[in-house]
Design a protein around this ligand. Structure first.
Ligand code: TXA
Ligand code: MG
Length: 393
């Protein structure tokens, strides 16, 4: 696969080799697509380059980065701390991860590994922790880039700090224009749409530190991972009973608009009801732009008399715009994005939808949650709970 099969007569994409050259010779990071979200990469072995990531993103330097490798050889060299391999050396990859790697790599899974002593990684990668996160992305473009650079790439998501992660090259440009010089664009929306699942198998039982593209039930099918536990908190553990106060959250994944999240099954209902919609629109001041991101799979405007002047398709993307009136001439601008009810589609479209709402000037966005019983839905709800300033359950 990838570069291994390229013969000298196969021209390497000039954009790719230019990006690799940029990564080898400058301290400015390069944005590249992965199957989860766009990453903002730098040579993980060079401090100046890794510092460039924190600068471009405006990221707090105590938040560690994920190290991306193109193959297991690269990971082993990194763990040994040397390119040399002695006869009889044991595999430096901890046994607990072998079946996991077998099943999920390349793919949306990040594993925590002990930092080698001495470490070839720039200290800024692990931000003072004794471990580092590693993953092998599935995107052929990402793997080719890492291989061409010849070094592992440290890469967080390529958004400006606190903004929703980018799932297209345009999202990266919107956030980081003027701060970076190269964005590799494969012309597609990232397939998974939410970040990788981060797991720690160095403790017992193993834990999930961040839900992501690989679901906890999928992890539990792997030998040694049957008892994997959830070790992250997103507010759902208390039954999400009380609406959380604005400002009490760790701001993350957020559009500029205020986000109001309706948990699945709130008030015992499946999703938004006609009543919820009217409460939402009537509760907001006139002249406010009110956005809806729906996952219930039913038409918002069709069944609702309160919305008039629906202008389908006048805005780019999947946004529909209309005006809502409550009797008199009190119109409010209403934006609507239907992500469909398939949870994979919801995950893929989620960050883009939050960004679209900002682009179109939403002041407040009401989001219809999905049931987070398992799989990628847990990641979707985790991101939404972090983005929301009000959660209705
Ligand atoms: O899908 C993804 O993981 C994307 C793409 C670009 O690969 N990357 C990504 O990176 O989401 P970032 O930096 O936005 O998130 C990295 C997560 C953070 O939650 C960070 O705290 C955690 O991984 N992490 C990294 N190293 C860690 C460590 N040594 N111990 C605990 N958590 C760690
Ligand atoms: Mg991120």
């Amino acid at each position: 696969s990838g570069l291994q099969n390229w013969t000298p007569s196969t021209p390497i994409d000039p954009a790719l080799s230019e990006a690799a050259h940029h990564l080898r010779t400058t301290p400015i990071p390069v944005a590249f697509p992965t199957e989860t979200v766009y990453g903002l990469g730098a040579d993980a072995t060079r401090s100046d380059a890794v510092k460039g990531i924190y600068t471009a993103k405006g990221r707090p330097s105590d938040n560690p980065l994920i190290v991306h490798v193109c193959d297991l050889d690269m990971l082993r060299r990194l763990l040994r701390g040397t390119d040399e391999r002695k006869e009889g050396d044991e595999d430096p990859i901890p046994a607990v991860y072998k079946p996991l790697i077998e099943k999920f790599w390349p793919g949306p899974l990040t594993i925590l590994l002990p930092l080698p002593e001495p470490s070839p990684l720039a200290p800024e990668v692990s931000a003072g922790l004794p471990t580092f996160g590693a993953r092998m992305p599935a995107s052929p473009l990402a793997k080719s880039l890492i291989k061409l650079v010849g070094a592992p790439l440290a890469a967080p998501s390529a958004n400006a700090s606190t903004r929703p992660s980018p799932t297209s090259a345009q999202h990266v440009a919107d956030d980081l224009n003027g701060r970076i010089q190269v964005i590799l664009d494969d012309g597609e929306i990232c397939g998974v749409g939410v970040e990788s699942t981060v797991v720690d198998g160095l403790c017992s039982p193993p834990v999930v530190l961040r839900p992501g593209g690989v679901g906890i039930e999928e992890l539990r099918t792997v030998p040694g991972w049957e008892k994997v536990e959830k070790a992250y908190k997103d507010g759902a553990e208390n039954g999400a009973a009380a609406p959380r106060a604005p400002g009490m959250k760790y701001k993350h994944y957020s559009p500029r608009a205020k986000v109001v999240l309706y948990e699945a099954g709130h008030k015992g209902k499946e999703g938004f009801s006609h009543e919820d919609f009217q409460d939402a629109v009537e509760g907001e001041e006139t002249k406010k732009t009110v956005g809806f991101i729906r996952t219930g799979g039913w038409p918002l405007f069709g069944g609702l008399a309160a919305v008039e002047s629906v202008k389908d398709g006048i805005l780019p993307g999947k946004v529909r715009e209309g005006l809502s009136s409550q009797g008199e001439a009190e119109f409010k601008r209403v934006l609507d994005i239907d992500l469909g009810s398939d949870v994979k589609g919801v995950a893929q479209g989620l960050f883009g939808a939050l960004r679209e709402m900002d682009t179109h000037g939403a002041d407040v966005v009401y989001v219809e949650g999905v049931s987070d019983a398992d799989d990628i839905a847990a990641a979707v709800m985790n991101r939404l709970r972090k983005a929301a300033s009000v959660v209705k359950s």
